[in-house]
Design a protein around this ligand. Structure first.
Ligand code: HEC
Length: 110
C-alpha cells in the first residue's frame, strides 16, 4: 500500500507534463490554453494527436462555423466522428468561454 502514493505522484507529473508539452508545441494563445485546461478539454483533446477525442487540428479541419462549434460542446454530434466514443455534453462550460474556444478553432483551420 505504501507504494501507491509515489505512483500517483508520478502519474500526476506525467499528466501535467503532457499539458505543458501541448502548450509548447502549438500556437494555442495563452487565454485559450487556460480555458482548455480549466474546463478539462485537454484530458481528451491534444493539439495534433488523436487521444480519446480527435485532435484540435482535426476538429478544425471539419470546417464547422463558430455557432456549430459552440453547439458541438453543448451537444456533440458523434456521427461526425466514427471510431470515437461519444463526448459527454458539457453544459457547465460558460458560453463566453466556449465562444472564445470556437473563435480559436475557426482560425486554426488552414
Ligand atoms: C472525456 C473526454 C472529452 C472531454 C473532457 C472533452 N471532449 Fe470534446 N470530444 C471527445 C470525443 C470522444 C469527441 C468525438 C465524438 C463526439 O463528438 O461525440 C469529441 C468531439 C469534440 C468536438 C466536435 C464535436 C462535433 O459535434 O463534431 C468539439 C468541438 C469538442 N470535442 C470540443 C471540446 C471542448 C471545447 C472541450 C472542453 C470544454 C472538450 N471537447 C472536452 C471527448 C472529450
Amino acid at each position: 500500500m505504501k507504494k501507491i502514493k509515489p505512483m500517483i505522484l508520478l502519474a500526476v507529473t506525467f499528466i501535467f507534463g503532457g499539458i505543458l508539452e501541448s502548450q509548447a508545441q502549438t500556437e494555442i494563445p495563452k487565454a485559450v490554453n487556460e480555458l482548455l485546461v480549466k474546463h478539462t478539454c485537454f484530458t481528451c483533446h491534444k493539439a495534433d494527436v488523436k487521444l480519446i477525442g480527435p485532435s484540435w487540428m482535426e476538429i478544425a479541419s471539419k470546417g464547422l462555423k463558430k455557432a456549430e462549434l459552440v453547439q458541438a460542446v453543448y451537444a456533440p454530434d458523434q456521427s461526425r466522428w466514427p471510431g470515437y466514443p461519444p463526448m459527454m455534453p458539457m453544459p457547465q462550460v460558460p458560453k463566453k468561454d466556449v465562444e472564445k474556444i470556437a473563435d480559436w478553432l475557426v482560425k486554426l483551420k488552414k
